[in-house]
Design a protein around this ligand. Structure first.
Ligand SMILES: Cc1cc2nc3c(=O)[nH]c(=O)nc-3n(C[C@H](O)[C@H](O)[C@H](O)COP(=O)(O)O)c2cc1C
Length: 330
């Protein structure tokens, strides 16, 4: 009675139901490839702007570009105008991808102000039009990533989930917090259950999975078809691997092996190689620092070396500092 299942998203069959969340500023191709290698069933791009796509922004298309190594994967798009969203999604038809995901969760003021991201939650009728426009212009299944609502008084997740389904979405993901709450409260998984009970399309649950045990509990408590892991996967691809193992063995419990210092160092170096190969040395070395603290966190007596890694400017220096952590273990 394993919890590890394939998930049908429209005509796409995703082999496993442990997925990586979209993470702007962190979840680039190098990160997705690392997580995929450790077993993620599906990955998502960072949020990409429909306006940027329509106006042919090179940066936006770069964000939306997927390779075989990170697929199956979804390109996530944000925007508020149904016509512009449709045009953007239609342009993406020429890009490799498996699904198109509509962002209804971003609560950054710059995005909210335009009615995009979580702004789409305000009016299920408008959300319906946006999803419908994307479904009509997409050659691939469309999914919708929701929050509970804009504010505590405006929780309308069931209406928005039903509107998405009626408009032709093939999957709904729920991060059960309101946009105004940010991350201040715990994710309210009971809403994942509620949405799952009301929809006939698959539902992916997201929010506060920090261990394989959390993922198992979310699946048990909510009946969700897939789980999505965000922050806790940063610098910790073992979480995806162990969650897949926990799902597979369920209801037996699995004993996990804690990654050794050597494994942590190897992963950090592998990620550094990938990010530099995709983004060049200067940018790659700058951006890997967002991941290093977490990769190297479990290594004892490494505080000093860890801090000094943040000062490096070249790939070679970064490699030397990272490797020196092993020497410091004696
Ligand atoms: C740094 C960061 C960037 C994020 N970027 C996106 C994004 O581009 N699109 C999106 O839908 N959600 C984004 N999220 C939200 C996550 O996908 C996820 O819904 C949220 O972090 C809850 O899951 P978690 O508790 O497993 O992290 C972001 C979250 C963080 C912390």
């Amino acid at each position: 009675m394993s919890l590890l299942r394939s998930v049908a998203i429209g005509d796409l069959l995703v082999k496993n139901n442990v997925w990586l969340a979209p993470l702007a500023g962190v979840g680039d191709r190098s990160f997705r490839i690392m997580q995929k290698r450790f077993g993620a069933g599906m990955t998502f791009t960072e949020m990409t702007s429909a306006h940027g796509l329509v106006h042919n922004s090179k940066k936006t298309f770069e964000l939306a570009t997927l390779t075989k190594r990170e697929r199956p994967a979804g390109i996530q798009v944000f925007g508020s105008n149904p016509e512009i969203m449709a045009e953007a999604v239609s342009l993406l038809g020429e890009y490799p991808a498996d699904i198109i995901d509509i962002n209804c969760g971003c609560s950054v003021p710059k995005v909210l102000k335009t009615g995009a991201g979580a702004g789409l939650l305000a009016d299920p009728g408008r959300l319906y039009l946006v999803v419908k426009a994307c479904v009509t212009s997409s050659i691939r299944p469309v999914s919708v990533k929701l929050r509970l609502g804009l504010t505590e008084d405006g929780i309308n997740v069931v209406e928005n989930a039903l509107a998405s389904q009626e408009a032709g979405a093939s999957l709904v993901t729920l991060h059960p917090r309101t946009a105004s709450a940010g991350y201040t409260q715990d994710a309210r998984w009971e809403y994942i259950r509620l949405v799952k009970e009301r929809l006939s399309i698959p539902v992916c649950g997201n929010g506060d999975i920090r261990s394989p045990g959390d993922a198992v509990r979310m699946a048990e408590e909510t009946g969700c078809d897939a789980v999505m892991i965000g922050r806790a996967a940063i610098g910790n691809p073992w979480l995806i691997r162990d969650t897949v193992a926990a799902f597979e063995a369920y209801p037996e419990t699995v004993l996990y092996t804690i990654p050794t210092a050597e494994q942590r160092v190897d992963c950090a170096l592998e990620h550094l190689d990938l990010i530099v190969s995709f983004k060049g040395e200067k940018r790659g070395v700058r951006e890997i620092k967002r991941h290093l603290f977490r990769y190297l966190k479990g290594i004892p007596n490494a505080t000093h070396v860890r801090k000094s890694i943040f000062l490096v400017e070249s790939k070679l220096q970064a490699q030397q500092r990272i490797r020196s952590l092993l020497a410091s273990q004696g």
